[in-house]
Design a protein around this ligand. Structure first.
Ligand code: NAD
Length: 494
């Protein structure tokens, strides 16, 4: 049954003011929910209300440990509704239920982490260099905007909302149009946890309308953005005009390197997980696997056997490893890339099509796609240069380390990389040479909220996660507190 949902704008639950639209379950293309998109007037109303609310004593007057208590209650609220949220997120973007459960648990952990960071965050008494006491203190930036994509909504939204609330900011959320549910439910949970009215608004709708208005709004003092690189560049341009700080978590084309001495059991499992988990709809997907020529044949044989055995199927089943893609248009884009790979002379080793309906509960109306592996393409092929954001892997043999590193780094993106080797010196040498924000060694796609995350080059600027990220939502202010017994001598007061 289609659910009609409202959203939280300026402290009120109501329909947004833009056109009605519906969300779709990628498993069978059925309509899940109907809602209204927001428009520029909603953005202005939400931002104005946030600016008023953030200065009121019930938010501005809270001590850090009191804000931390609210964040703890949000974590508890997420856990209390954990299964329901995991099921809702599955319906929004078709991710397998085991994965959405893990994302929900990580979101709760994010609020818990930033609660601790909030009440232990310290300013500094800086070393005295004159007759004064000098202090470096932090204040909330004000109203901040958070813009998120559809692939892991609750996790990426928690990573923005938790540090922003911990810092004492007010937040206006713009979730991806097709996956609004998690942000809206976070609004409900935050409200029940004691976040005052107006401090958090959630505005679903089009990026070119709602996102753009949010970025341009003069009262918005920071944008935390996760999404594609071309949109990120546009946001950076607009932000420059306002001198507004931004964090941009953008695309990737991450290399994973299998060395001659790698434990192949670990390497095959890690490369498979790196590209095919989340159906490849992951910014950190390890989409280019560079495998040493001496183990290439063995690695390929084992990888293909495992790829063909992956359980692609109904995301509600706990046995499913790969669910459907998020939408028909996204699948069409991936099919187009596979055709480009073939046209470029690539050899399709497995996949490259839609799986049969019925198997593992696959619905023919859904947006399923097979785990797909290519070889025979050079690193300069489009398939190896551009982000596909789907379950498509290119295998590339290597033998010379300097050439390998040049190929890995010869890409506009620099988000993540992986290394499989038994030798710690090799791991460190290659890790240092890779120009990526994250390097995984003998593991892949593991995450800690305590460890900063972000990219280099066109994968973005700024870092999320880690206790220092609270400071990204704060302005530093310096105080000099005179301690001289006498007036300043310069004026010559007698
Ligand atoms: P997208 O850039 O199209 O959209 C992301 C968000 O930006 C959405 O909410 C969208 O509505 C909004 N948006 C679109 N145009 C806008 C504009 N002009 N102004 C303001 N906001 C606008 O990306 P997507 O297709 O939703 O997500 C896939 C992309 O996200 C991939 O490139 C992926 O690599 C990237 N991603 C990056 C990370 C990371 O942490 N680096 C994580 C997940 C996804």
């Amino acid at each position: 049954m289609t659910e009609k949902i409202q959203t939280l704008i300026a402290g009120h639950w109501r329909d947004a003011s833009g056109p009605a639209y519906s969300t779709e379950y990628p498993h069978d293309a059925s309509t899940v929910a109907t809602l209204h998109a927001a428009n520029a007037a909603d953005v202005d109303e939400a931002v104005q209300a946030a600016e008023v609310a953030r200065l009121k004593p019930d938010w501005a007057g809270l001590k850090p440990h009191e804000r931390a208590a609210i964040l703890h209650r949000i974590a508890a609220g997420i856990r209390a509704r954990g299964e329901e949220l995991a099921q809702l997120q599955r319906l929004d973007n078709g991710k397998p239920i085991n994965e959405t459960r893990a994302l929900v648990a990580s979101a709760a952990g994010t609020f818990q982490y930033f609660a601790a960071a909030c009440e232990t965050f310290e300013g500094a008494v800086t070393p005295q260099r004159g007759d004064y006491l000098s202090l470096s203190l932090h204040e909330p930036l004000g109203v901040v905007g958070a813009i998120t994509p559809w692939n892991s909504p609750i996790a990426s939204e928690a990573q923005k909302l938790a540090p922003a609330l911990a810092a004492g900011c007010a937040v206006v959320f713009k979730p991806a149009e097709i996956t609004p549910r998690m942000a809206i439910e976070l609004g409900r949970i935050a409200e029940a946890a004691g976040v005052p009215r107006g401090i958090l608004s959630v505005l679903p709708g089009k990026g070119s309308v709602v996102g753009d208005a949010l970025v341009r709004h003069p009262l918005v003092k920071r944008i935390a953005f996760t999404g594609g690189t071309s949109v990120g560049i546009g946001i950076a341009r607009l932000a420059a005009e306002k001198f507004m700080p931004v964090s941009l978590e953008l695309g990737g084309k991450s290399p994973t390197i299998v060395c001659a001495d790698a434990d192949l059991d670990h390497a095959v499992a890690g490369v498979l997980f790196g590209i095919f988990s989340s159906t490849g709809e992951s910014c950190i997907a390890g989409s280019r696997a560079f495998v040493h020529a001496s183990v290439y044949g063995d690695f390929k044989r084992r990888l293909l056997a495992c790829a063909q055995a992956l359980r692609v199927g109904d995301p509600s089943l706990e046995s499913t490893q790969m669910g459907p893609l998020v939408s028909g248009s996204h699948r069409a884009g991936i099919e187009n890339y596979v055709q480009i790979g073939l046209d470029e002379g690539g050899k399709l080793l497995t996949g490259g099509g839609r799986p049969s309906g019925g198997v593992n509960g696959i619905n023919d109306q859904g947006y399923y796609y097979q785990p797909t592996v290519f070889e025979g393409l050079g690193n300069t092929a489009r398939m190896c240069r551009e982000e596909i954001f789907g379950p498509v892997l290119a295998l590339l043999p290597w033998s010379d380390e300097a050439d390998l590193l040049a190929q890995c780094n010869d890409n506009v993106y620099g988000l993540a990389s992986g290394i499989w080797t038994r030798d710690y010196k090799t791991a460190l040498r290659i890790g240092r040479a890779l120009n990526t924000g994250t390097v995984w060694i003998n593991t892949y796609k593991v995450f800690s909220i305590a460890t900063p995350f972000g990219g280099t080059k066109q994968s973005g600027v700024g870092r999320e996660k880690g206790r220092a990220s609270i400071a990204e939502y704060m302005a530093q202010k310096s105080y000099y507190w005179g301690t001289n017994e006498a007036p300043m001598p310069w004026a010559g007061i007698l």
